[in-house]
Write a protein that binds this ligand. Structure first.
Ligand SMILES: C[S@@+](CC[C@H](N)C(=O)[O-])C[C@H]1O[C@@H](n2cnc3c(N)ncnc32)[C@H](O)[C@@H]1O
Length: 294
């Protein structure tokens, strides 16, 4: 897959755009587009047929599973930035050895969880994905051990997480580049599912594609499935979020916004001599109610 179709892949270097450029003045707009980019977006035509839409939805799990068959564990980079970007992963404790329970929803092959497990001895991680192959890769990782991690297969939009995770037991849910892969009509179902296992006072840490990300502008008209929703060559799909829509989706699942901002980055691939502007949405939502420790 070429640079930037997915967010951060092996071989890419991500650089931070200066703070002035990184956030629009009032934090409400994603990246400002050039005339050429605007024309490209306006010129998008043909949405695909209902038949193709249904087929893609029916085969969503299969297409991600095939993605992991082709790429095994080599596609995404380990996400060593999570503790830097989300201080909750460290700070949500009253004392250093307090055990934190985390759910990585849509864990892929574990690029997010294994750096965390390596870094923090007092963390227990539930990790789920609807791709059976991805879950197998997680279980085969040398850092996987059942005392500290429980990986299981689950479609967030249709399988009740409570079959594997006790209700109201999770301190932190990480949702990293996952909701964008879910059909917009089913996003609320996934968030409601997550909300049921979150503790009152618990938090969802979210990062995903933002509106006008470079990957969105690269799609050709035939890849457009709906508003801000596209399909890649391999059948996996991607939604590009505005912060307003994201806040509405979480509110519909009973979760309150704590932070919700666009983050601008540049992804550089030295080998291919490319530098492209990225837009991500980074957000935190909390479940109302008091945590037991507060
Ligand atoms: C871009 S990967 C991100 C993986 C991981 N969160 C990370 O940060 O490396 C998106 C993952 O979401 C999973 N996924 C997509 N839709 C899902 C659903 N409805 N239920 C569970 N997992 C899903 C895919 O199988 C894929 O592994």
């Amino acid at each position: 897959m070429a640079l930037s179709e997915k967010e951060s892949v092996a071989g890419d270097i991500e650089t931070t755009v200066s703070e002035e450029e990184a956030r629009s003045k009032d934090g409400t707009c994603p990246r400002v587009l050039s005339q050429e980019e605007l024309d490209g977006l306006r010129g998008e035509r043909a949405l695909v047929s209902d038949f193709k839409l249904m087929k893609l939805e029916k085969e969503a799990q299969k297409n991600w599973d095939l993605f992991y068959k082709r790429n095994t564990t080599n596609f995404f980079k380990d996400r060593h930035w999570t503790t830097r970007e989300f201080e909750e992963l460290k700070a949500r404790r009253e004392f250093e050895s307090q055990r934190l329970v985390l759910l990585e929803a849509g864990c892929g092959v574990g690029n997010c969880i294994f750096p965390l497990l390596e870094d923090d001895r007092h963390i227990f991680v539930y990790a789920c994905d609807f791709s059976p192959r991805a879950v197998e890769f997680v279980k085969k990782n040398p850092l996987y051990c059942p005392e500290r991690c429980s990986a299981f297969q689950c479609d967030l939009t249709s399988d009740d997480l409570r079959e594997n995770v006790p209700q109201g037991s999770v301190d932190i849910v990480t949702l990293i580049f996952v909701l964008s892969a879910v059909h917009p009509d089913k996003m609320t179902l996934a968030l409601q599912n997550i909300s049921r296992v979150l503790k009152p006072g618990g938090v969802v840490l979210f990062r995903d594609y933002g509106l006008h990300d470079h990957a969105m502008l690269r799609f050709k008209a035939g890849s457009k499935l709906g508003e801000n929703f596209y399909v890649r060559q391999d059948g996996t799909r991607s939604y590009f979020f505005s912060k307003e829509l994201l806040a509405e989706l979480f509110a519909a699942a009973g979760l309150q916004s704590v932070a919700n901002d666009y983050v601008l980055r540049e992804t550089v691939n030295k080998k291919e001599g490319l530098c492209v502007p990225r837009v991500f949405l980074q957000s935190k939502f909390t479940k109302p109610g008091q945590s037991e420790s507060s």
